[in-house]
Write a new protein. Structure first.
Length: 138
């Protein structure tokens, strides 16, 4: 089985968004996912982020499109449990520069043995045991 990569919400948001320097690099990664070149997973918090983002700006059609894309692309969607919240708290205490939402994602990854994340957020660079794949950086 291929190594699993955690897919962050911002990849979908940039890929579906307006013209931006990260739009095309994110789209290239989504094409790799569609072709099966990389295998991605995510967690329920990422799905919540997508719904929150688009519904808060009154883009319900885009919310559903992004939500379905995430569900389609991901081999597995991990739940966020008390174990992830406890681990996130520890990460926040170790690395105050990471935000709570990203700490939840990092905790999900660490609790499930996932070492890589596809994300534009540099917060993940400070988490020991996690390697970030940054679209547009290569």
């Amino acid at each position: 089985m291929k190594h699993l990569i955690f897919l962050d919400a911002n990849i979908i948001v940039y890929a579906l968004g307006k013209e931006h320097p990260l739009r095309n690099p994110c789209r290239k990664y989504l094409k790799k996912i569609k072709k099966g070149e990389i295998t991605v997973v995510t967690n329920t918090e990422v799905l919540q982020e997508i719904l929150h983002r688009y519904f808060s700006i009154r883009m319900s059609t885009r919310a559903e499109e992004a939500y379905i894309a995430m569900k389609t692309f991901c081999r597995e969607i991990y739940p966020v449990t008390l174990n992830e919240v406890e681990k996130a708290l520890a990460l926040l205490k170790e690395s105050p520069s990471i935000n709570p939402r990203d700490a939840i994602h990092a905790a999900t990854m660490l609790n499930n043995g996932i070492e890589k994340i596809l994300s534009t957020d540099p917060h993940f660079d400070v988490v020991q045991g996690i390697e970030r794949i940054a679209p547009g950086s290569t």
